[in-house]
Design a protein around this ligand. Structure first.
Ligand SMILES: [Mg+2]
Length: 276
């Protein structure tokens, strides 16, 4: 009787694992997240000034959503969050005209929201997303964009690493998008660690390490949130920041100071995979 990992999960010693965050690395989902978050917030806080017009947002299309006057502030707060419920924190800060300067200040505000509100937001957010997707998949997909240059890199270099996803997104949305972007074959189901894998990326990478029987040192992790990289760095994984995602100079400076490469779409292939 054979032992060890099941077929398809075996990684040879020469092979390295590339674990990727999804939103902000493979998929530009900010507009879609904004729509779903606004609708969720409107349902939970119907008297908020942000509630007006939330239901009509999806019909505005991608360009109109990007032109929404609240959208820039929402995107600016995205690097400080981790999960769907962080959109509630961001919208509440915007709703109350409260500015935060750094992660510590953001975390304080998050804490003040109360676990119940954040939990309710989390559940309702995923219900709302599923409802949007099921009502009109084409309209839902129109709110999302792949980072095509990076998707092409993954296709081109697919034999140079075992590819995996470590995402706080839900599996169903991820699988629909991977199919739409034409790269579903690069990410078999057992190498997609979704929101159910845990609250932090440490949990995702720990499951992945066990599942693939590799050392943390054999894993390169690419995320667009520097706080995610910080949370896994002590495991011994190699970290890189995807500068094309939801981050800005503040995050680039933190990443550089911690020694993580800050990759852009022009140099990501060389810096992550090495020379072709
Ligand atoms: Mg991300």
């Amino acid at each position: 009787m054979r032992s060890g990992p099941p077929p398809g999960l075996v990684v040879t010693t020469a092979m390295k694992v590339l674990a990727l965050d999804f939103d902000g690395v493979i998929s530009d989902s900010a507009a879609e997240a904004f729509v779903v978050a606004m609708q969720t917030y409107a349902e939970l806080c119907p008297s908020s000034r942000l509630a007006a017009g939330a239901d009509e947002l999806p019909s505005g299309g991608y360009a109109k959503i990007q032109a929404n006057q609240i959208y820039p502030a929402f995107v600016e707060l995205m690097p400080l969050g981790n999960r769907a419920e962080d959109y509630a924190v961001a919208l509440r800060l915007i709703d109350r005209d409260t500015a935060v300067v750094d992660q510590a200040e953001y975390d304080e505000h998050r804490q003040a929201q109360g676990a119940r509100f954040l939990e309710d937001f989390h559940h309702l957010f995923y219900q709302r997303r599923r409802a949007l997707l099921e009502a009109d998949e084409g309209a839902w997909l129109a709110l999302l964009r792949p980072y095509s240059d990076f998707v092409e890199v993954l296709r081109r270099r697919a034999d140079d690493a075992v590819l995996a996803l470590a995402t706080a997104k839900d599996r169903n949305s991820v699988e629909v998008l991977l199919r739409t972007y034409g790269i579903a074959d690069l990410f078999p189901s057992e190498r997609i660690l979704d929101k159910e894998a845990g609250v932090s990326k440490r949990a995702h990478l720990s499951v992945l390490r066990q599942r693939l029987s590799v050392a943390f040192a054999d894993i390169t992790f690419v995320d667009d949130k520097v706080n995610h990289l910080q949370s896994v760095a002590s495991l011994g994984v190699r970290c890189a920041l995807a500068a094309w995602g939801y981050n800005a100079r503040r995050e680039h400076e933190i990443a550089r100071s911690l020694g993580y490469p800050v990759c852009n779409l022009m140099d990501a292939e060389r810096r992550i995979f090495g020379p072709a």
